[in-house]
Design a protein around this ligand. Structure first.
Ligand SMILES: C[S@@+](CC[C@H](N)C(=O)[O-])C[C@H]1O[C@@H](n2cnc3c(N)ncnc32)[C@H](O)[C@@H]1O
Length: 208
């Protein structure tokens, strides 16, 4: 019998979180913000490295844990990170400062992801990472995809939403929103998409 729970835990424990990111995670916990798990963060960094992502957009800054993982993949990538909670972004800013990453590499914008991303340049970004309220995804996804260059990468956190997405009898709004988001990319039409079981699930999409 395969023990997937042990495998999941093994994958989480396999990652050693850099000290500055562990400190940011601690601040996120104090704020009550849910950060990506350390294995998810590590996978974000891996995917940013493999795709040689230089221009990155993140929706859902929180206290900056995922931002720091994304920035860890390269010394010259630039991250634009968006959140509608200024209080969280203030903590994120302190975490960025403490990490000694040059300020020019991070642009922090306060606002709703749809409104902010709607004013950004189409086809200009290598990687877009989404970690926002699932109920806001439906209206955001077309905008997020349009920001990507051809061959760009879209990543969506919480793709399995507390392991609820795979169970078709569970139809609460959040679970249904995540399920619908996954369906957008599942038919292979214009995208290559895969769901990683890491953390709470990570949808990984390459734009053709
Ligand atoms: C799960 S937390 C993000 C955690 C962060 N990605 C990390 O791992 O460190 C989700 C964040 O998204 C923000 N948020 C939710 N819906 C949003 C939206 N539509 N636009 C912008 N920010 C949003 C919340 O304020 C919250 O800080």
């Amino acid at each position: 019998m395969i023990d997937k729970i042990s495998s999941w835990k093994f994958a989480e424990d396999y990652v050693v979180e850099p000290q500055h990111i562990a400190a940011a995670r601690h601040h996120a916990e104090q704020l009550g913000v849910e950060s990506v798990t350390q294995a998810t963060g590590n996978q974000l960094a891996l995917l940013a490295a493999i795709s040689k992502a230089k221009n990155i957009v993140e929706a859902g800054t929180g206290a900056g844990v995922s931002s720091l993982w994304l920035l860890s993949a390269s010394k010259d990538s630039v991250l634009t990170t968006i959140d509608n909670e200024p209080e969280y972004q203030n903590v994120a800013r302190k975490n960025f400062l403490a990490s000694e990453i040059p300020a020019a590499r991070i642009r922090v914008i306060t606002g709703k992801a749809k409104a902010v991303m709607g004013n950004m340049a189409d086809g200009a970004y290598d990687l877009v990472f989404l970690d926002i309220d699932p109920l806001d995804l439906e209206e955001l996804l077309p905008t997020a995809v349009s920001l990507l260059k051809p061959g760009g990468t879209l990543l969506l956190a919480h793709a399995l939403w507390r392991d609820r997405v795979p169970n078709p009898t569970l139809r609460d709004d959040e679970t249904s929103a995540l399920r619908a988001s996954l369906r957008n990319f599942g038919d292979g039409d214009g995208f290559i998409a895969s769901v990683s079981l890491i953390g709470d699930g990570l949808l990984m999409v390459a734009k053709a």
